[in-house]
Design a protein around this ligand. Structure first.
Ligand code: DGL
Length: 274
């Protein structure tokens, strides 16, 4: 039986959309999910501030025995996963907007990408899009406020969604990339607005498969080093840096594998980067 602990984090509950796929694919691996809602949204913060949060969270997850860390946030991945990989020995799996699968599936070769403000500004995203610029027209739409609507469990924020999706009107897109893990929870509302002819591209399942591949490489070593941890039970844990009652309501709505109780933790970002 697998004993590796999978750590996941996001600015809030968006990463639960990834954690759900991970749980389905790897049901015996204990998860520890951290929602950094005290500091959400990452998409409106300066990247250096978010990097400090990411480092403090990674250190927390490592101290809790995580053997692999999923950066279940596009904003943190596009800006910081490289630095995290350089700084920490643990394997990281990131979440990036699914531009490649969208280009591959597109017939019209016109693609929309919904992201946070800071993901839209990321040089890594620009470089990624540039790789496909001869194959498709790719229009990026920054959607400030949308992740916060999901945090409030407002999964039908009609007016806000219409504002962003209207930027894609008349563009002839047939693929719409959900480039923020929170947006998965708006799938039905987005589909209602864009119609069934537009395919929504979500990378949660692909990320879970990547976690499974990473674990397959890791498993023999981690089984030995985690022997004690596995004796202690291996239950999934859900922690938040924000309000606990709110987090428990979010978990009740969005975690489909039975009732879970969250815990509150304090994260202290390091002052110095490096
Ligand atoms: N869920 C995050 C992402 O995938 C960030 C949302 C936010 O905090 O702005 O980008």
């Amino acid at each position: 039986m697998s004993t590796c602990t999978i750590g996941l984090f996001d600015s809030g509950i968006g990463g639960l959309s990834v954690a759900r796929h991970v749980k389905r694919l790897l049901p015996t691996n204990p998860l520890i999910y951290l929602s950094d809602s005290q500091f959400a949204p990452y998409g409106d913060k300066m990247p250096m501030q978010v990097r400090r949060r990411c480092e403090a969270i990674v250190e927390y997850l490592l101290a809790q025995g995580a053997n692999v860390i999923v950066v279940a946030c596009n904003t943190a991945t596009v800006h910081h996963i490289q630095a995290l990989r350089e700084k920490y020995q643990v394997p990281f799996v990131g979440v990036e907007p699914g531009i490649k699968p969208a280009v591959q599936s597109s017939r019209s070769k016109r693609i929309g990408v919904m992201v946070t403000r800071q993901t839209a500004k990321s040089p890594n995203l620009a470089a990624h899009i540039a790789q496909f610029s001869t194959q498709a027209d790719i229009k990026v739409v920054a959607c400030p406020g949308l992740a916060e609507a999901v945090e409030r469990l407002d999964l039908s924020p009609g007016l806000l969604l219409r504002t962003f999706i209207s930027e894609l009107d008349g563009q002839g897109i047939d693929q719409l990339v959900l480039g923020c893990t929170h947006y998965h929870f708006l799938t039905e509302s987005i589909r209602t607005l864009v119609g069934s002819q537009v395919n929504l591209v979500d990378t949660g399942e692909a990320v879970a498969k990547q976690v499974s591949r990473v674990l397959a490489d890791l498993e023999p070593v981690a089984q030995v080093s985690n022997w004690q941890a596995s004796d202690e039970g291996g239950e999934d844990r859900f922690v938040t840096t924000g309000d606990l009652a709110r987090f428990n309501r979010q978990l009740t709505s969005l975690w489909p594998f039975g009732k879970v109780d969250g815990q509150q933790v304090a994260i202290n970002p390091l002052k110095k980067i490096g």
